[in-house]
Design a protein around this ligand. Structure first.
Ligand SMILES: Cc1cc2nc3c(=O)[nH]c(=O)nc-3n(C[C@H](O)[C@H](O)[C@H](O)COP(=O)(O)O)c2cc1C
Ligand SMILES: O=C(O)C(=O)c1ccccc1
Length: 387
């Protein structure tokens, strides 16, 4: 079924007639500004911050500005179909909620609130391994909504297998393996506030509810929290995996597998050789390698290298409908969005996330229509000029 996402614009104007307004801004920049007023400095910078000088986070945005849509007229784009199938998951529009850890930092409703909002719009929720709640709780909140699982890859194979089995049993269809964060980058904004969620014992919903992880501990996490926390941190950080470990994941996951954090065409080729189903071209929103290439600048080369051999998803820097259209025109099959919906969560929980998602989809829908694109297939490099 196709949905007319642009209709949210009328809905908002009509609300205004009755004196009601959206729960937070429809503009991503303003959302960040007002989130700063709501959240304390530690939580705000945890979300807004990035690695080092912030060069890559800025570059992510600047890259979008160098591409411009060239609108076409009289194409009959008054009715549009944004629907797609992404790695076997039918979606009303090719947009996913990027995995975001420790959402309890910004809102008490945390991951279940965001998962409910995603399900209500029909967009896939990608649950982070670093969630505040268990896999099963997020699955329940998702209801009928599509759900994918993001893995921070534990070095202990039994714990890894247990987590994957639980995710599968809870109805998560697609596995997203994040490769670019095997340790946290130098993040001055977090360091200045000495702010590390894990140390505060947050974001541990997955391991603390895992029987195999618990079985490794001499005392329960309830009796001895610091030991459990440190054991988990040492299991998912500090040790980079290598390509030869990927078959283990294939053995323990029978659905599609996506590698997140690919920025070099040769790594994209290796993902193909390893039999992966997809990649996310991403620099983790500029939070890992300061000075790294802008994600959008990395995209065309990767599409040229492997475009027809696996599904290419994209994230890092998406803030508007035009940004989504540009990434799709450059060859991404779908995009993930990070910070904007987290700010929605901070403002108004589930309703805030829903508002941000609906705003993005309405913006995308109207941008596509007014630039003469009726379907996603109409968005090609020819839709853009580099400026
Ligand atoms: C607060 C925060 C927490 C994040 N946590 C995770 C995570 O747990 N797992 C992961 O793969 N990516 C994580 N990311 C990265 C996002 O999935 C995504 O790659 C990034 O936010 C995209 O950039 P954007 O925020 O500019 O849209 C996190 C990002 C933010 C902002
Ligand atoms: O902050 C992040 O970017 C991130 O990926 C993460 C990792 C572990 C816990 C919380 C967030």
């Amino acid at each position: 079924m196709t949905e007319w996402f642009g209709g949210y614009q009328n809905e908002i104007y009509l609300q205004g007639l009755g004196g009601t307004f959206p729960p937070c801004s429809t503009d991503a920049t303003k959302l960040e500004e007002s989130a700063r007023e709501i959240l304390g400095p530690g939580p705000f910078w945890y979300v807004a911050g990035s690695a080092g000088s912030g060069a890559t986070a800025r570059a992510n945005r600047e890259a979008f500005d160098r591409w411009r849509l060239v609108p076409r007229m009289l194409t009959g784009a008054t009715e549009r179909d944004l629907s797609a199938t992404v790695l076997g998951t039918p979606v009303p529009a090719p947009v996913l909620l990027a995995p975001v850890g420790v959402q309890s930092i910004v809102h008490e409703g945390a991951e279940p609130a965001a998962a409910r909002a995603a399900a209500s719009v029909g967009l896939p929720y990608v649950m982070s391994t670093a969630s505040s709640t268990s896999i099963e709780d997020v699955a329940e909140a998702s209801g009928e909504g599509p759900r994918w699982f993001q893995l921070y890859w534990p070095t202990d194979n039994d714990v890894c297998a247990s987590i994957l089995a639980r995710a599968k049993a809870a109805g998560f269809t697609t596995l997203v393996v994040t490769l670019d964060t095997w340790t946290l980058a130098w993040r001055p904004n977090d360091l200045d506030h000495a702010y590390l969620p894990f140390i505060k014992g947050e974001g541990l919903g997955v391991p603390l509810s895992d029987p195999v992880f618990r079985g490794l501990l001499e005392k329960t996490p309830e009796e001895d929290p610091p030991t459990a926390i440190l054991r988990w941190i040492s299991m998912i950080t500090g040790t980079d995996s290598t390509w030869d470990r990927l078959p283990f994941l294939r053995e323990h996951w029978d659905g599609p597998i996506v590698l997140k954090g690919i920025q070099h065409p040769d790594d994209a080729r290796r993902a193909v050789d390893a039999g992966m189903d997809g990649i996310v071209v991403s620099n983790h929103g500029g939070r890992q390698v300061d000075g790294a290439v802008a994600s959008l600048d990395a995209l065309p080369e990767i599409v040229a290298a492997v475009g027809d051999r696996l599904e290419i998803l994209f994230d890092s820097g998406i803030r508007t409908g035009a940004d989504i259209a540009k990434a799709l025109a450059l060859g991404a099959k779908a995009v993930l969005v990070g910070r904007p919906w987290v700010y929605g969560l901070a403002h108004a929980g589930e309703a805030g996330v829903r508002h941000v998602l609906r705003s993005l989809l309405a913006d995308l829908d109207l941008t596509m229509g007014l630039s003469g694109h009726r379907t996603l297939a109409d968005l090609t490099p020819a839709s853009l000029r580099h400026s």
